[in-house]
Design a protein around this ligand. Structure first.
Ligand code: NAI
Ligand code: MG
Length: 356
Protein backbone atom coordinates (compact mmCIF):
# COMPACT_ATOMS: atom_id res chain seq x y z
CA UNK A 1 0.00 0.00 0.00
CA UNK A 2 0.99 3.60 -0.66
CA UNK A 3 2.12 5.55 2.40
CA UNK A 4 3.37 9.07 2.94
CA UNK A 5 2.85 11.59 0.20
CA UNK A 6 0.71 10.71 -2.81
CA UNK A 7 1.07 13.09 -5.73
CA UNK A 8 -2.45 13.52 -7.05
CA UNK A 9 -3.23 15.17 -10.38
CA UNK A 10 -6.69 16.72 -10.26
CA UNK A 11 -8.43 17.49 -13.56
CA UNK A 12 -11.81 19.00 -12.58
CA UNK A 13 -12.73 19.66 -16.23
CA UNK A 14 -15.89 21.37 -17.45
CA UNK A 15 -19.53 21.77 -16.48
CA UNK A 16 -20.38 19.76 -13.39
CA UNK A 17 -16.84 18.28 -13.39
CA UNK A 18 -15.43 20.82 -10.89
CA UNK A 19 -18.62 20.61 -8.77
CA UNK A 20 -18.45 16.84 -8.27
CA UNK A 21 -14.64 16.72 -8.04
CA UNK A 22 -14.69 19.07 -5.06
CA UNK A 23 -16.94 16.61 -3.21
CA UNK A 24 -14.85 13.60 -4.24
CA UNK A 25 -11.74 15.28 -2.81
CA UNK A 26 -13.58 16.19 0.38
CA UNK A 27 -14.55 12.56 1.00
CA UNK A 28 -11.21 11.18 -0.20
CA UNK A 29 -9.27 13.22 2.35
CA UNK A 30 -11.54 12.18 5.21
CA UNK A 31 -11.40 8.50 4.23
CA UNK A 32 -7.66 8.23 3.59
CA UNK A 33 -5.61 6.67 6.39
CA UNK A 34 -3.67 9.16 8.51
CA UNK A 35 -0.34 8.09 6.98
CA UNK A 36 -1.53 9.09 3.50
CA UNK A 37 -1.17 12.73 2.47
CA UNK A 38 -2.41 13.94 -0.91
CA UNK A 39 -0.24 16.56 -2.61
CA UNK A 40 -2.65 17.90 -5.22
CA UNK A 41 -1.79 19.59 -8.50
CA UNK A 42 -4.69 20.99 -10.48
CA UNK A 43 -4.73 20.91 -14.29
CA UNK A 44 -7.22 23.10 -16.17
CA UNK A 45 -7.65 20.73 -19.13
CA UNK A 46 -10.92 20.45 -21.01
CA UNK A 47 -13.29 22.35 -23.29
CA UNK A 48 -12.81 25.70 -21.59
CA UNK A 49 -9.05 25.62 -22.02
CA UNK A 50 -9.37 24.45 -25.61
CA UNK A 51 -11.83 27.20 -26.49
CA UNK A 52 -9.65 29.82 -24.81
CA UNK A 53 -6.21 28.72 -26.02
CA UNK A 54 -6.59 25.99 -28.66
CA UNK A 55 -4.65 23.62 -26.40
CA UNK A 56 -5.98 20.14 -25.61
CA UNK A 57 -3.13 18.31 -23.88
CA UNK A 58 0.29 19.89 -24.35
CA UNK A 59 3.17 17.39 -24.24
CA UNK A 60 4.73 19.15 -21.27
CA UNK A 61 1.50 18.75 -19.28
CA UNK A 62 1.23 15.08 -20.25
CA UNK A 63 4.77 14.49 -18.99
CA UNK A 64 4.01 16.30 -15.73
CA UNK A 65 0.91 14.15 -15.22
CA UNK A 66 2.92 11.03 -16.02
CA UNK A 67 5.08 11.82 -13.00
CA UNK A 68 2.12 11.83 -10.58
CA UNK A 69 0.94 8.85 -8.51
CA UNK A 70 -2.76 8.99 -9.48
CA UNK A 71 -5.26 11.15 -11.35
CA UNK A 72 -8.75 12.25 -10.34
CA UNK A 73 -10.85 13.52 -13.25
CA UNK A 74 -14.27 15.21 -13.15
CA UNK A 75 -15.57 15.35 -16.71
CA UNK A 76 -14.61 17.20 -19.84
CA UNK A 77 -16.84 18.40 -22.63
CA UNK A 78 -18.57 21.51 -23.85
CA UNK A 79 -22.08 22.36 -24.89
CA UNK A 80 -23.69 20.10 -27.52
CA UNK A 81 -22.90 20.96 -31.14
CA UNK A 82 -20.68 23.91 -30.33
CA UNK A 83 -19.24 24.79 -33.76
CA UNK A 84 -15.97 25.85 -32.12
CA UNK A 85 -15.53 22.42 -30.53
CA UNK A 86 -15.45 19.76 -33.26
CA UNK A 87 -16.44 16.23 -32.22
CA UNK A 88 -13.57 14.05 -31.12
CA UNK A 89 -11.19 16.87 -30.14
CA UNK A 90 -11.43 16.18 -26.41
CA UNK A 91 -12.34 12.48 -26.66
CA UNK A 92 -9.38 11.59 -28.86
CA UNK A 93 -6.99 14.38 -27.89
CA UNK A 94 -7.45 14.24 -24.14
CA UNK A 95 -9.39 11.27 -22.71
CA UNK A 96 -8.21 8.58 -25.13
CA UNK A 97 -4.74 10.11 -25.30
CA UNK A 98 -4.37 9.87 -21.52
CA UNK A 99 -5.65 6.26 -21.56
CA UNK A 100 -3.29 5.22 -24.37
CA UNK A 101 -0.22 7.19 -23.22
CA UNK A 102 -0.54 6.07 -19.60
CA UNK A 103 -1.35 2.51 -20.71
CA UNK A 104 -4.71 2.29 -18.93
CA UNK A 105 -5.42 -1.14 -20.30
CA UNK A 106 -8.00 -1.99 -17.66
CA UNK A 107 -11.08 0.18 -17.68
CA UNK A 108 -12.78 -0.87 -14.49
CA UNK A 109 -16.46 -0.25 -13.88
CA UNK A 110 -18.17 -1.77 -10.85
CA UNK A 111 -21.96 -2.06 -11.06
CA UNK A 112 -23.77 -2.61 -7.85
CA UNK A 113 -27.39 -1.96 -7.14
CA UNK A 114 -27.29 -0.23 -3.78
CA UNK A 115 -30.42 -0.62 -1.71
CA UNK A 116 -32.49 2.54 -1.85
CA UNK A 117 -31.28 3.61 -5.28
CA UNK A 118 -33.75 3.88 -8.11
CA UNK A 119 -33.62 0.95 -10.53
CA UNK A 120 -35.67 0.74 -13.71
CA UNK A 121 -35.83 -3.07 -13.57
CA UNK A 122 -39.07 -4.85 -12.74
CA UNK A 123 -39.68 -6.34 -9.31
CA UNK A 124 -39.58 -9.79 -10.90
CA UNK A 125 -36.01 -9.20 -12.04
CA UNK A 126 -34.93 -7.44 -8.85
CA UNK A 127 -36.38 -10.32 -6.83
CA UNK A 128 -33.81 -12.72 -8.23
CA UNK A 129 -31.15 -11.38 -5.86
CA UNK A 130 -28.37 -8.86 -5.46
CA UNK A 131 -26.88 -7.19 -8.50
CA UNK A 132 -23.14 -6.79 -8.02
CA UNK A 133 -20.74 -7.18 -10.90
CA UNK A 134 -17.63 -5.56 -12.34
CA UNK A 135 -16.89 -4.89 -15.98
CA UNK A 136 -13.24 -5.09 -17.03
CA UNK A 137 -13.16 -3.26 -20.35
CA UNK A 138 -10.01 -3.31 -22.44
CA UNK A 139 -8.83 0.29 -22.67
CA UNK A 140 -6.07 0.59 -25.25
CA UNK A 141 -7.10 -1.42 -28.32
CA UNK A 142 -10.20 -2.45 -30.28
CA UNK A 143 -11.82 0.00 -32.70
CA UNK A 144 -10.79 3.03 -30.59
CA UNK A 145 -7.13 3.25 -31.55
CA UNK A 146 -7.63 5.53 -34.53
CA UNK A 147 -6.52 2.84 -36.97
CA UNK A 148 -8.61 3.83 -39.95
CA UNK A 149 -9.27 6.58 -42.37
CA UNK A 150 -11.53 8.00 -45.01
CA UNK A 151 -11.16 8.39 -48.75
CA UNK A 152 -13.21 10.44 -51.21
CA UNK A 153 -15.02 12.08 -48.30
CA UNK A 154 -18.34 13.67 -49.13
CA UNK A 155 -18.73 11.84 -52.44
CA UNK A 156 -21.03 8.89 -53.13
CA UNK A 157 -17.85 6.79 -53.30
CA UNK A 158 -16.72 7.67 -49.78
CA UNK A 159 -14.84 4.88 -48.00
CA UNK A 160 -14.50 4.95 -44.20
CA UNK A 161 -12.71 2.36 -42.10
CA UNK A 162 -12.25 1.98 -38.36
CA UNK A 163 -10.13 -1.12 -37.85
CA UNK A 164 -10.40 -3.05 -34.60
CA UNK A 165 -6.91 -3.71 -33.23
CA UNK A 166 -6.48 -6.81 -31.07
CA UNK A 167 -2.98 -7.87 -30.11
CA UNK A 168 -2.29 -11.16 -28.36
CA UNK A 169 -0.27 -9.18 -25.79
CA UNK A 170 -3.08 -6.69 -25.18
CA UNK A 171 -5.83 -9.30 -25.00
CA UNK A 172 -3.91 -11.65 -22.73
CA UNK A 173 -2.97 -9.01 -20.16
CA UNK A 174 -6.51 -7.72 -19.72
CA UNK A 175 -7.90 -11.26 -19.50
CA UNK A 176 -5.31 -12.14 -16.86
CA UNK A 177 -6.22 -9.04 -14.85
CA UNK A 178 -9.92 -9.97 -15.04
CA UNK A 179 -9.25 -13.51 -13.84
CA UNK A 180 -7.26 -12.16 -10.89
CA UNK A 181 -10.12 -9.81 -9.98
CA UNK A 182 -12.67 -12.63 -10.27
CA UNK A 183 -10.52 -14.85 -8.06
CA UNK A 184 -10.63 -12.24 -5.26
CA UNK A 185 -14.43 -12.04 -5.28
CA UNK A 186 -16.71 -14.45 -3.40
CA UNK A 187 -18.40 -15.90 -6.50
CA UNK A 188 -15.21 -16.27 -8.56
CA UNK A 189 -16.95 -16.18 -11.93
CA UNK A 190 -15.67 -14.59 -15.13
CA UNK A 191 -17.73 -14.07 -18.29
CA UNK A 192 -16.08 -13.29 -21.61
CA UNK A 193 -18.26 -11.04 -23.76
CA UNK A 194 -17.63 -10.82 -27.50
CA UNK A 195 -19.19 -11.64 -30.85
CA UNK A 196 -17.00 -14.60 -31.77
CA UNK A 197 -19.56 -16.00 -34.21
CA UNK A 198 -19.26 -13.01 -36.56
CA UNK A 199 -16.06 -11.18 -35.64
CA UNK A 200 -14.15 -14.39 -36.13
CA UNK A 201 -10.59 -13.03 -36.24
CA UNK A 202 -10.72 -10.90 -33.12
CA UNK A 203 -13.06 -13.45 -31.54
CA UNK A 204 -10.58 -16.23 -32.08
CA UNK A 205 -7.71 -14.54 -30.27
CA UNK A 206 -9.97 -13.48 -27.38
CA UNK A 207 -11.48 -16.96 -27.05
CA UNK A 208 -8.16 -18.85 -27.26
CA UNK A 209 -6.38 -16.66 -24.75
CA UNK A 210 -9.39 -16.76 -22.43
CA UNK A 211 -9.26 -20.57 -22.46
CA UNK A 212 -5.50 -20.57 -22.01
CA UNK A 213 -5.34 -18.12 -19.09
CA UNK A 214 -8.28 -19.95 -17.45
CA UNK A 215 -5.93 -22.89 -16.80
CA UNK A 216 -3.96 -20.67 -14.40
CA UNK A 217 -7.15 -19.96 -12.40
CA UNK A 218 -8.82 -23.35 -11.89
CA UNK A 219 -10.97 -21.99 -9.04
CA UNK A 220 -12.60 -19.37 -11.29
CA UNK A 221 -15.78 -20.46 -13.10
CA UNK A 222 -15.85 -19.29 -16.72
CA UNK A 223 -18.71 -18.38 -18.99
CA UNK A 224 -19.18 -16.80 -22.42
CA UNK A 225 -21.92 -14.59 -23.90
CA UNK A 226 -22.30 -12.77 -27.18
CA UNK A 227 -22.61 -9.00 -26.77
CA UNK A 228 -26.17 -8.87 -28.07
CA UNK A 229 -27.32 -11.53 -25.64
CA UNK A 230 -25.68 -9.57 -22.82
CA UNK A 231 -28.09 -6.71 -23.59
CA UNK A 232 -30.92 -9.15 -22.86
CA UNK A 233 -29.36 -10.68 -19.74
CA UNK A 234 -28.56 -7.28 -18.21
CA UNK A 235 -32.24 -6.42 -18.30
CA UNK A 236 -33.68 -9.85 -17.44
CA UNK A 237 -31.05 -11.58 -15.30
CA UNK A 238 -28.17 -9.26 -14.32
CA UNK A 239 -27.51 -11.41 -11.26
CA UNK A 240 -25.80 -13.97 -13.49
CA UNK A 241 -22.74 -11.70 -13.84
CA UNK A 242 -19.82 -11.44 -11.43
CA UNK A 243 -16.87 -10.19 -13.50
CA UNK A 244 -17.17 -9.46 -17.22
CA UNK A 245 -14.15 -9.07 -19.50
CA UNK A 246 -14.59 -7.59 -22.94
CA UNK A 247 -13.08 -5.39 -25.63
CA UNK A 248 -13.06 -1.60 -25.77
CA UNK A 249 -16.22 -1.03 -27.84
CA UNK A 250 -18.37 -3.77 -26.30
CA UNK A 251 -17.22 -2.58 -22.88
CA UNK A 252 -18.31 0.96 -23.64
CA UNK A 253 -21.81 -0.27 -24.49
CA UNK A 254 -22.12 -2.81 -21.67
CA UNK A 255 -21.07 -0.29 -19.02
CA UNK A 256 -23.67 2.30 -20.03
CA UNK A 257 -26.47 -0.24 -19.75
CA UNK A 258 -24.93 -1.53 -16.52
CA UNK A 259 -24.99 2.01 -15.10
CA UNK A 260 -28.57 2.51 -16.21
CA UNK A 261 -29.86 -0.64 -14.48
CA UNK A 262 -27.98 0.00 -11.23
CA UNK A 263 -29.22 3.39 -10.16
CA UNK A 264 -28.16 5.59 -12.99
CA UNK A 265 -25.41 7.82 -14.16
CA UNK A 266 -25.17 9.74 -10.88
CA UNK A 267 -23.75 6.62 -9.20
CA UNK A 268 -21.49 5.03 -11.83
CA UNK A 269 -17.77 5.20 -11.00
CA UNK A 270 -14.81 4.09 -13.06
CA UNK A 271 -11.08 3.56 -13.02
CA UNK A 272 -8.70 3.70 -15.95
CA UNK A 273 -6.12 1.43 -14.46
CA UNK A 274 -2.52 0.66 -15.35
CA UNK A 275 -2.15 -2.56 -13.34
CA UNK A 276 1.60 -2.70 -13.97
CA UNK A 277 1.92 0.74 -12.32
CA UNK A 278 4.26 2.06 -15.00
CA UNK A 279 2.16 5.25 -15.06
CA UNK A 280 -0.55 6.79 -12.87
CA UNK A 281 -4.08 5.39 -13.06
CA UNK A 282 -7.03 7.72 -13.54
CA UNK A 283 -10.34 7.64 -11.69
CA UNK A 284 -13.49 9.38 -12.91
CA UNK A 285 -17.27 9.25 -12.81
CA UNK A 286 -18.76 7.64 -15.93
CA UNK A 287 -20.95 10.67 -16.63
CA UNK A 288 -19.96 13.71 -18.66
CA UNK A 289 -19.95 17.43 -17.97
CA UNK A 290 -23.76 17.69 -18.04
CA UNK A 291 -23.96 21.24 -19.45
CA UNK A 292 -27.74 21.13 -18.96
CA UNK A 293 -27.39 21.26 -15.17
CA UNK A 294 -23.95 22.84 -14.75
CA UNK A 295 -23.64 25.79 -12.39
CA UNK A 296 -26.78 24.97 -10.43
CA UNK A 297 -25.09 22.75 -7.82
CA UNK A 298 -27.69 20.02 -8.29
CA UNK A 299 -25.39 17.34 -9.77
CA UNK A 300 -25.11 14.14 -7.79
CA UNK A 301 -21.44 13.85 -6.70
CA UNK A 302 -21.82 10.20 -5.67
CA UNK A 303 -20.23 8.75 -8.84
CA UNK A 304 -17.18 11.00 -8.36
CA UNK A 305 -17.03 10.08 -4.66
CA UNK A 306 -17.15 6.35 -5.50
CA UNK A 307 -14.38 6.93 -8.05
CA UNK A 308 -12.32 8.20 -5.11
CA UNK A 309 -12.97 4.85 -3.41
CA UNK A 310 -11.58 3.04 -6.47
CA UNK A 311 -8.53 5.30 -6.26
CA UNK A 312 -7.92 4.38 -2.62
CA UNK A 313 -8.36 0.70 -3.43
CA UNK A 314 -5.81 1.00 -6.24
CA UNK A 315 -3.36 2.67 -3.83
CA UNK A 316 -3.64 -0.41 -1.62
CA UNK A 317 -6.14 0.85 0.95
CA UNK A 318 -9.22 -1.38 0.55
CA UNK A 319 -10.50 -0.62 4.06
CA UNK A 320 -10.55 3.11 3.32
CA UNK A 321 -12.32 2.39 0.03
CA UNK A 322 -14.88 0.23 1.84
CA UNK A 323 -15.53 3.02 4.33
CA UNK A 324 -16.58 5.29 1.44
CA UNK A 325 -18.82 2.59 -0.05
CA UNK A 326 -20.47 2.00 3.31
CA UNK A 327 -21.06 5.74 3.75
CA UNK A 328 -22.59 5.99 0.27
CA UNK A 329 -24.79 3.01 1.01
CA UNK A 330 -26.05 4.61 4.22
CA UNK A 331 -26.57 7.94 2.46
CA UNK A 332 -28.59 6.29 -0.33
CA UNK A 333 -30.77 4.49 2.18
CA UNK A 334 -31.53 7.77 3.92
CA UNK A 335 -32.29 9.77 0.77
CA UNK A 336 -35.69 11.43 0.59
CA UNK A 337 -36.73 11.73 -3.06
CA UNK A 338 -38.95 14.67 -2.18
CA UNK A 339 -36.01 16.66 -0.80
CA UNK A 340 -33.33 17.55 -3.33
CA UNK A 341 -30.00 18.32 -1.70
CA UNK A 342 -27.35 20.52 -3.25
CA UNK A 343 -24.12 18.95 -4.48
CA UNK A 344 -22.01 20.08 -1.48
CA UNK A 345 -24.68 18.89 0.95
CA UNK A 346 -24.43 15.36 -0.45
CA UNK A 347 -20.62 15.51 -0.19
CA UNK A 348 -20.79 16.83 3.38
CA UNK A 349 -23.26 14.11 4.41
CA UNK A 350 -21.13 11.31 2.98
CA UNK A 351 -17.91 12.80 4.42
CA UNK A 352 -19.57 13.01 7.85
CA UNK A 353 -20.56 9.34 7.67
CA UNK A 354 -17.01 8.35 6.68
CA UNK A 355 -15.65 10.35 9.60
CA UNK A 356 -17.99 8.25 11.75
P1 NAI B 1 -23.69 13.56 -19.51
O1 NAI B 1 -23.30 12.36 -18.73
O2 NAI B 1 -22.89 14.78 -19.26
O3 NAI B 1 -25.23 13.91 -19.23
C1 NAI B 1 -26.29 13.03 -19.57
C2 NAI B 1 -27.52 13.35 -18.71
O4 NAI B 1 -27.28 12.89 -17.38
C3 NAI B 1 -27.81 14.83 -18.60
O5 NAI B 1 -29.18 15.04 -18.59
C4 NAI B 1 -27.20 15.22 -17.27
O6 NAI B 1 -27.83 16.31 -16.65
C5 NAI B 1 -27.36 13.94 -16.45
N1 NAI B 1 -26.27 13.78 -15.47
C6 NAI B 1 -24.98 13.44 -15.75
N2 NAI B 1 -24.27 13.39 -14.62
C7 NAI B 1 -25.11 13.68 -13.61
C8 NAI B 1 -24.94 13.80 -12.20
N3 NAI B 1 -23.76 13.58 -11.59
N4 NAI B 1 -26.00 14.13 -11.45
C9 NAI B 1 -27.20 14.34 -12.05
N5 NAI B 1 -27.42 14.25 -13.38
C10 NAI B 1 -26.38 13.93 -14.15
O7 NAI B 1 -23.64 13.15 -21.05
P2 NAI B 1 -23.84 14.06 -22.34
O8 NAI B 1 -24.90 15.07 -22.10
O9 NAI B 1 -23.96 13.12 -23.45
O10 NAI B 1 -22.44 14.80 -22.54
C11 NAI B 1 -22.17 16.13 -22.07
C12 NAI B 1 -20.72 16.43 -22.35
O11 NAI B 1 -19.87 15.58 -21.56
C13 NAI B 1 -20.31 16.19 -23.79
O12 NAI B 1 -19.43 17.22 -24.17
C14 NAI B 1 -19.61 14.85 -23.75
O13 NAI B 1 -18.66 14.74 -24.77
C15 NAI B 1 -18.94 14.91 -22.40
N6 NAI B 1 -18.65 13.58 -21.81
C16 NAI B 1 -17.48 13.48 -21.13
C17 NAI B 1 -17.15 12.31 -20.49
C18 NAI B 1 -15.87 12.27 -19.72
O14 NAI B 1 -15.33 13.29 -19.37
N7 NAI B 1 -15.36 11.10 -19.40
C19 NAI B 1 -18.03 11.14 -20.54
C20 NAI B 1 -19.27 11.37 -21.22
C21 NAI B 1 -19.55 12.55 -21.85
MG1 MG C 1 -19.20 5.73 -22.91
Amino acid sequence: PATGQVDLAVIPGDGIGPEVTAEALKVLEVAAPAELKFAKTQYDLGAERYLATGEVLPDSVLEEIRGQDAILLGAVGGKPNDPNLPPGILERGLLLKLRFELDHYVNLRPSRLFPGSVAPLSDAVLGKGDIDFVVVREGTEGPYTGNGGALRVGTPAEVATEVSVNTAFGVERVIRDAFARAQKRPRKKLTLVHKTNVLVNAGSVWWRLFEEVAKEFPDVTTDYSHIDAVMIYLTTDPQRFDVIVTDNLFGDIVTDLAAAITGGIGLAASGNVNPDRTAPSMFEPVHGSAPDIAGQLIADPTAAILSGALLLDHLGHPEAAASIEAAVLADLESRDPAKQRRTPEVGDAIAARVAG
